[in-house]
Ligand binder design. Structure first.
Ligand code: 5GP
Length: 193
């Protein structure tokens, strides 16, 4: 997606070997106009797939996921990273190792929000090693629902997340794909949309 790639080049900051900081439009401050355009592109890619729910993981997946849900006119559910006393029954959980925080956490979704009839599109801000998406797939499958695809805002294609997901038969759609960081600059691969 050209608009997103241009924004990454303008406002993204490469941190260390393999982290991109995009806190001015995606992971902290949010550019809702960009989110809305991205929502339309994801929705267009999955318009014939019968998606009934969009699922993401807090916190940075929520902004893009809301706009995908709006464009597909379906609910958005975000997996929670912390147990909450109001979540009392029927909780589906998975262990997720966080690439950026380097800790494992239990993420959860209340089972009442997913059923065996659901066809789910997962949306997340980044794809690195695929652990966040893998955890969400695990939870969605516990509910008997089908994972149709994973929509990613920024994929780092030099990490192995895509192959992990495609091995499970899940379609991956990334709006920007980073091939490498070279002297602090972003070099793109061909994106999916
Ligand atoms: P994965 O689970 O695919 O290994 O990593 C994806 C998660 O790690 C994303 O949900 C995102 O929060 C975080 N992440 C991975 N790589 C980056 C990065 O380069 N920049 C930022 N800001 N977050 C990242």
């Amino acid at each position: 997606m050209q608009l997103l790639e241009d924004r990454i080049l303008k406002d993204g900051n490469v941190l260390g070997e393999n982290i991109l900081k995009v806190d001015s439009f995606l992971t902290h401050q949010v550019d809702y106009k960009l989110m809305k355009e991205m929502g339309k592109v994801f929705a267009d890619a999955y318009k014939d797939s019968g998606i009934t729910k969009v699922v993401t993981i807090e916190a940075s997946g929520i902004a893009p996921a809301v706009y995908v849900a709006e464009a597909l006119d379906v609910p958005m559910i975000f997996a929670k990273k912390h147990k909450n006393i109001t979540m009392t029954e029927g909780i589906l959980t998975a262990e997720v190792y966080s690439f950026t925080k380097q800790v494992t956490s239990t993420v959860s979704i209340a089972g009442k929000f997913l059923s065996a009839d659901d066809k789910v599109l997962i949306v997340d801000d980044f794809l690195a090693n695929g652990q966040a998406a893998k955890g969400l797939i695990d939870i969605i499958q516990q509910a008997g629902a089908e994972v149709v695809g994973v929509g990613i805002v920024i994929e780092k294609s030099f990490q192995d997340g895509r192959s992990l997901l495609e091995e499970q038969g899940v379609r991956v759609t990334s709006l920007a794909r980073i091939a490498k960081f070279e002297n602090g600059q972003v070099v793109f691969d061909q994106a999916d949309a």
